[in-house]
Design a protein around this ligand. Sequence first.
Ligand code: NAP
Length: 266
Amino acid sequence: MTLLIGGTGKTGRRVADRLTEQGHDVRVASRHSDTRFDWDDESTWPAALDGQRAAYITFYPDLGLPGAADKVGALADLAVKSGVEHLVLLSGRGEPLAQAAEQRVKDSGAGWTIVTCSWFAQNFSEDFLAGAVASGDIRLPAGDVSEPFVDAEDIADVVAAALADPARHDKKHYELTGPRALTFAEVATELSRATGRHIRYTAIDHEEYEDVLREAGLPVELGDMFRGILDGRNARPADGVRQALGRPARDFADYATRAAAEGQLT
Ligand SMILES: NC(=O)c1ccc[n+]([C@@H]2O[C@H](COP(=O)([O-])OP(=O)(O)OC[C@H]3O[C@@H](n4cnc5c(N)ncnc54)[C@H](OP(=O)(O)O)[C@@H]3O)[C@@H](O)[C@H]2O)c1
């Protein structure tokens, strides 16, 4: 049995689909799943971990926020006590607090695979930027920084491979990105091409972005994190998809075409 924490999220549900198709038993856990798991309620953790051989850990809202590393570390330690042999952690590039969480998983005593990812392409269709795309104006404090957006389909391919064959991916730390970095203005161009609508990017400052986060009901601390990671540190593409799977990563243009065809960019 494989536990998928956050198994209904952007990456978790894709991992669940892949493992189920391959005939593996999965236990999807989150606040609203049949197996209830809440990062803010440790009493829900033991039953979720019981009887599991491996676990995929996605933290919510973001591994790069204060307090995340302690929670993930406590979960990893409990997982080992519960007999879980392999942990796969979803992490974010260039985030010091996320690196602390990665270390806690490496130190837990379980086998581990870490997937440290760039921004997900699916943020524009399935997450906090979907409303901006629908409005035709993506407002972010990203200046002209470029980002090698990774496709959640590639993340799920790597995570599912690691969970299905832990020995092969044990103690591997994969940096997952797309094959090329795009500025947010270039993203807007790709999304416009794919949808046939005019979608623009507007660079705003960090103070204005705090208001955007508040209006969207998102943690204002995300603004501090973006202030750190949207400085060009993550612009270089990495080859984690090829290392893990032996094939190139999917391009953002392919994501945009697919998401538009599936009606996810409206
Ligand atoms: N988006 C990016 O660009 C990006 C880049 C790098 C890394 N990451 C990392 O990705 C992680 C998020 O993974 P994701 O994007 O696959 O998920 P997601 O789409 O954000 O979905 C969140 C999942 O977590 C569950 N959840 C929400 N609150 C929870 C809580 N208090 N306790 C337990 N489960 C909870 C949700 O289900 P319920 O509502 O049923 O609880 C859902 O299954 C974050 O840690 C972030 O650091 C994101």
